[in-house]
Design a protein around this ligand. Structure first.
Ligand SMILES: Cc1cc2nc3c(=O)[nH]c(=O)nc-3n(C[C@H](O)[C@H](O)[C@H](O)COP(=O)(O)OP(=O)(O)OC[C@H]3O[C@@H](n4cnc5c(N)ncnc54)[C@H](O)[C@@H]3O)c2cc1C
Length: 410
């Protein structure tokens, strides 16, 4: 087993995140799984604490807002562990506690990652300190985000947004929604941009909240955008529409897609945290049942349950290492689309397989609501769906390895 040490400077953050997971998240886990749509008010004070940790630190924080790439490549400056790594490590610990609660942590939304990744200094100043959700998905555009129909039309000093957005995580609770819309639908993906919309904008109408299989502590909202006016300055990136290959294109749809290179390792980190929680619980249950796991003997010569556990743990290790690798590359300004998708695909699938495998190994204890194993197996599935499904991640990996474009392989 490869046993990487946590960089020393991140150890206090990891310890704090683990403490929060143990003392705050775990005790609230079942409560907000049952009380779907009730806001976990206990998180308010915690969120302020995390803000304080982030402000006093130059290494990023424990939540999604921590990621930001430096503009210049520091590839020649040696090995760097920065905000992407610290954020992933913090997320793994917090999701060991509860992934639904992490997803509804104020000011740590995926919209915050988008803003942190691509916003100008003025926008960071203006929107910093607010909680931002991300609205890409529409009834006709899920995996194929280039198919979005929401439009943004310039009218004087404002853009007017019209369309429908579904499945917006934290959409009801956040202060801001980062809305993806097209400046010109006839141009296709090159015209897609993201806009920061204040949640209380009268043109942004909450349609409904979803009831879900898992992550029930996290709200999932659907919106109608009806003549929703935002200032010109709410546009993230360039307003000029050129082809994706051009510099302007990189600041537009290409730039928005690059946000995923930062956020996919975070979602992979969520999956790694939930997987570790299930494995640790199962290890204890197996020990109670007298099943010993021996790392010095081949799996085939051990108890069948121990062999299955070793197999699941190997998958967990692979997912963990791929996740750290993708985050490390982001910190070192190395292009990491391939590794971010590999990490997300492996960690998402592993989380689903392992959490269900743990329910299976623990039998009735795994299935009952007295423990959290059944909950983790429900929470796991979304981690293999949002931020790009399993199949989409594999498609991206295949394109990159085979040198094919999205038009060649879809
Ligand atoms: C709880 C929850 C929270 C969410 N939060 C957000 C959020 O905050 N913001 C946001 O914008 N979206 C969010 N989403 C939406 C999520 O990102 C989409 O559900 C996801 O992108 C898949 O889109 P879809 O549901 O339309 O499925 P589809 O794209 O219709 O896909 C259906 C199936 O077909 C497969 N498939 C699609 N295309 C291909 C292909 N080319 N090759 C092979 N297989 C393919 C998919 O993998 C999937 O299995 C959330 C969803 C849920 C359930």
């Amino acid at each position: 087993m490869i046993n990487l040490e946590t960089p020393k400077k991140f150890q206090p953050l990891v310890n704090q995140a683990h403490q929060v997971a143990t003392e705050v998240f775990r005790p609230l886990s079942r409560k907000y799984d049952e009380a779907e749509h009730a806001y976990p008010k206990e998180l308010d004070m915690l969120a302020s604490l995390i803000d304080g940790m982030n402000e006093g630190s130059d290494i990023g924080g424990a939540g999604a807002a921590g990621v930001r790439r430096s503009a210049k490549s520091d590839g020649d400056e040696g090995n760097r562990n920065g905000s992407n790594m610290s954020t992933v490590l913090g997320i793994i610990e917090l999701c060991w506690g509860d992934v639904g609660l992490l997803l509804t942590m104020p000011r740590q939304g995926l919209g915050n990652s988008a803003i942190a990744s691509v916003a100008s200094e003025e926008q960071l100043e203006r929107y910093g300190g607010k909680w931002a959700a991300m609205a890409i998905t529409e009834p006709e555009a899920g995996s194929d985000s280039a198919a979005i129909r929401t439009t943004a039309e310039l009218d004087g000093d404002e853009y007017v947004l019209n369309g429908e957005k579904i499945f917006v995580t934290s959409g009801d609770r956040a202060d801001l929604i980062v809305v993806w819309a097209s400046l010109d639908r006839s141009v296709g993906r090159a015209a897609i941009r993201s806009f920061i919309v204040e949640r209380d904008n009268p043109g942004l109408k909450l349609d409904r909240l979803e009831h879900k299989l898992g992550i029930r502590a996290s709200d999932t909202a659907n919106f109608i955008l009806q003549d929703c006016r935002v200032p010109k300055e709410a546009l993230l990136g360039s307003s000029e529409v050129e082809t994706d290959a051009g510099e302007k294109g990189k600041q537009g749809f290409g730039g928005a897609m690059q946000t995923f290179d930062n956020t996919r390792p975070l979602v992979a980190g969520m999956a790694v945290g939930v997987t570790r929680a299930a494995l640790e619980e199962t290890r204890e249950r197996l020990a109670e049942a007298g099943v010993e796991i021996d790392y010095d003997r081949p799996a085939f010569s051990q108890h069948a349950a121990a062999a299955r556990f070793l197999e699941m743990e190997a998958d967990y290790e692979a997912a963990y290492l791929l996740t750290l690798h993708a985050a490390w590359m982001a910190d070192n300004s190395k292009p990491n689309s391939l590794q971010a998708s590999m990490a997300k695909a492996k960690a998402g699938r592993t989380c689903v397989d392992v959490t269900l495998g743990c329910v299976e190994l623990c039998g009735s204890v795994g299935y009952a609501e007295n423990e959290l194993l059944e909950k983790w197996s429900r929470d796991a599935k979304i981690l293999d769906i949002f931020e790009g499904t399993q199949q989409i991640q594999l498609l991206i990996v295949a394109r990159q390895l085979l040198g094919k474009s999205s038009a060649d392989l879809r």
